[in-house]
Design a protein around this ligand. Structure first.
Ligand code: PLP
Ligand code: ZN
Length: 415
């Protein structure tokens, strides 16, 4: 028996029994998972967590399942690594990378949300699952549906990176490519979920799916020695991850597992698709939808489902929203790789580029602790950076040729 008690509307507070429902029937606002925190506080001491295996399921009581997960048993507990060389390059003192580029099984933070969503889908009795995706979600649903023995239909815009297409089809899922942007794909997906009663992870399972993102936040706190960071920079697509890390930090304080601390939340987007940071800059949570035009496909959601709440989280925390041009994103990917040996996808480039800007602007305090959310792997977006890298001609297998071409020595000077 889990600690999830019901779903509650974020706006009108109407409550619903646990079930596969997408939104409040009164006001169409999202439904939030509610737990019995009093019972949690009484029954779950922090020390128990530390003795469990290093996966996201060490926080299972704070996730919305009744029983054991059916997929993603090894997902989560990715490294939190100090990044001193990046910190020096950014002119900051204490920077950490939370590295979900090495998450199991498909190398992005989406493995967390999908592990929860498909496990909940099994509890609800769905045999077919699916999603609308900007790439990483497609990879993760396809992989974990294969592992869980679900049928999967995956809907994506037709301009995705080839790596993300291949890394979906390989698992045997049905990939449906749509001539349209993510927002159009998502609308179609909602219609299909209703008509066929399939478990669409980010539609009718969204209230459960999104809870998986909280584990990113729990892990950051535990890996810092049960301490909250003073600042965190998070890339945003639909705006769910940033709001759920915020919920995670609040819960940890509520449970008395960390000292109270008002972490500042900084949201990062690509300038070519920046509905959330644009609203944050205006100081208002009202989102003006945009038509995405950026190489950062994983964050290209023009009408973000949780954008309103993401802005509220950012502004309410004393943080800020900022965006980066595609050229700055590529520089960010390279800076992270060259300083810390971590190859992130375009979303990671956004995070690093935005952190750099915010530090330069003095809005991100260079003397405080800063966690950067690295949410996906660079091998999935090779096409974004490949053209900018030097291509060298091959040489013959001769020492003299190596010395001439790479050490600038002429045959005469070598002797
Ligand atoms: C989906 C995604 C995000 C943003 O997630 P939201 O919860 O939709 O804001 C960030 N980084 C990567 C790599 C993603 O795939
Ligand atoms: Zn409501």
């Amino acid at each position: 028996m889990g600690y999830l008690t019901q779903l509650r509307c974020r706006e009108c507070q109407r409550t619903y029994p646990v079930g596969p429902i997408a939104a409040c029937e009164e006001c169409w606002a999202p439904l939030e998972a509610v737990y019995d925190y009093d019972r949690l506080r009484a029954e779950l001491p922090r020390d128990v967590i530390a003795q469990r295996p290093p996966t996201m399921w060490r926080y299972r009581e704070l996730l919305p399942l009744n029983g054991d997960p059916c997929v993603g048993g090894s997902t989560g507990f990715t490294p939190l690594v100090p990044a001193p060389r990046l910190a020096r390059a950014l002119g900051a003192r204490e920077v950490y990378l939370k590295n979900d580029a090495v998450n199991f099984p498909t190398l992005s933070f989406k493995d967390r949300v999908v592990a929860v969503a498909l496990s909940k889908a099994r509890e609800f009795g769905f045999d077919t699952v699916g999603c609308s995706s900007t790439g990483n979600l497609a990879n993760s649903v396809a992989a974990q549906a294969a592992r869980g023995g679900f049928k999967a239909y995956i809907f994506v815009p037709d301009n995705l990176e080839p790596e993300k297409i291949t890394a979906t089809e390989i698992y045997g899922a049905t990939l449906v490519r749509i001539r349209g942007n993510y927002d159009q794909v998502n609308r179609l997906c909602s219609e299909i979920a209703q008509k066929y009663s399939w478990g669409m992870v980010n539609v009718n399972l969204r209230s459960y799916y999104s809870e998986g993102s909280k584990t990113f936040g729990y892990e950051v706190a535990e890996q810092l020695g049960w301490r909250l960071p003073q600042n965190i920079v998070v890339p945003m697509a639909g705006g769910s991850l940033i709001t759920k890390i915020h919920k995670a930090f609040r819960e940890l304080q509520q449970l008395g597992w960390v000292e109270p601390l008002a972490t500042k939340f900084f949201g990062a987007q690509a300038t070519g698709c920046s509905p959330i940071t644009t609203a944050a800059k205006k100081g208002s949570p009202e989102i003006q939808p945009q038509k995405p035009s950026t190489l950062v496909k994983s964050l290209a959601i023009g009408n973000p489902a949780d954008g309103y709440y993401a802005v509220k989280t950012i502004l309410g925390s004393g943080g800020a929203g900022e965006d980066a041009l595609d050229e700055e994103v590529i520089e960010g990917i390279r800076l992270l790789a060259e300083t810390e040996g971590v190859f992130a996808e375009t979303a990671g480039g956004v995070t690093v580029a935005v952190a750099k800007k915010l530090i330069e602007q003095g809005r991100l305090n260079r003397d405080e602790s800063i966690v950067l959310a690295i949410t996906g792997n660079g091998l999935k977006t090779l096409s974004a950076v490949r053209d900018g890298l030097p291509t060298t001609a091959a040489i013959r297998p001769k020492l003299a040729e190596f010395e001439e071409h790479y050490l600038g020595l002429t045959p005469a000077s070598v002797g």
